[in-house]
Design a protein around this ligand. Structure first.
Ligand code: ADP
Ligand code: MG
Length: 312
């Protein structure tokens, strides 16, 4: 059996004004030739500071946004070739969970409607058993029947995210893409929600792409880790390899600073990176070659790195 998801050379650029009053435009390479496979039943953590292209990659994979080029295969189907109506049915099988459950849940809908509508719409259960199924889903996400009548504003952030996770589970998807699903929550709640993801993963064998700027969170949930920097994958491999044997200086910095707040910084795109290594401006081990030539990912299936230091 092949991988559940196979992403190949995915690219997405944005053209933006250099500043508010400027006519000059610049190209931002939000996702710059990203390739990876996601195995059935496994979780890939995608980590990188704000602006590194994680959300753009997630949106392009789900075709919520059209990539400029590249390919996405989901269950061996090329999403570029899939017609609009087929894409809709594929979407059932790939669900997304966003950072802020308050804006992703409809404020005028009670939990019951939020969870029962997709069940009925996709004919996953009949009318006579929908309530029962809604209660089961609530239990699966650590809530209970009492929440059925609640509106989003009547719940805490953690409870709302549990409902959003429950909604993603209604269609029994093969893939969940969670984009910073705990970043808007209090630190004390974050661990509970990460544990819920772990629980769901164990119980259902679902595959996940788990996006976070926080390596400390990513490492709990992931089987494999992909580190992004300026739209490129700078290191990827098994959690064991990437976390305990980091090769790229950026990954090493992320691990060193797990307790600091290095991540809050926006990436500086003003540096011209049309040539050379994307990490050149910040790298402590750079040399002349890194400025001229662009590295490619090298390594084996357990561990790859984008750095000349490891090239022959
Ligand atoms: P992350 O999720 O890692 O924080 P994003 O994917 O949101 O990163 O953004 C990657 C880069 O692309 C950033 O420089 C961001 O400003 C830019 N970007 C994202 N979406 C758009 C858009 N719709 N228009 C213009 N630039 C965008
Ligand atoms: Mg993001």
């Amino acid at each position: 059996m092949g991988p559940l998801l196979s992403v190949s050379e995915l690219k997405k650029r944005y053209e933006v004004k250099k500043s508010l009053f400027s006519r000059d435009r610049e190209i931002i390479r939000a996702v710059d030739s990203v390739s990876f496979d996601l195995k059935y039943g496994s979780t890939m953590g995608i980590v990188g500071e704000s602006g590194s292209g994680k959300s753009t990659l997630a949106r392009c994979i789900l075709f919520l946004e059209k990539p400029d080029s590249g390919r996405v295969f989901f269950k061996d189907e090329d999403l570029m070739d899939v017609k609009k109506n087929e894409l809709r049915s594929l979407r059932r099988d790939m669900q997304i969970i966003f950072q802020d459950p308050y804006s992703s849940l409809n404020p005028r809908k009670k939990v019951y409607e939020t969870l029962s509508e997709p069940l009925l719409f996709h004919r996953i259960v009949g009318r006579d058993s929908v309530r029962e199924r809604v209660i089961e889903i609530l239990m699966d996400v650590g809530l209970n029947e009492d929440f059925i009548e609640k509106y989003p504003h009547e719940m805490s952030g953690g409870q709302r995210q549990r409902v959003a996770i429950g909604r993603a589970l209604t269609t029994n998807p093969s893939l969940i893409v969670a984009d910073e699903p705990v970043s808007s929550l209090d630190v004390s709640i974050q661990a509970q929600i990460v544990n819920l993801f772990l629980d769901i993963k164990e119980k259902t064998g679902i595959s996940m792409l788990f996006v976070s700027h926080d390596l400390n969170i990513v490492r709990f949930i992931s089987d494999d880790i992909m580190v992004m920097y300026k739209g490129m994958v700078v290191e990827t491999g098994s959690k064991q390899e990437v976390f305990y044997n980091p090769l790229h200086p950026y990954t090493q910095m992320l691990i060193d600073s797990i307790k600091g707040d290095f991540f809050k910084k926006e990436v500086d795109y003003n540096t011209d990176i049309s040539q050379g290594c994307p990490y050149f401006p910040r790298c402590s081990i750079r040399n002349d070659r890194c400025k001229k030539d662009t590295p490619v990912l090298i390594g084996d299936k357990d561990h790859k790195v984008l750095c000349f230091r490891y090239a022959n």
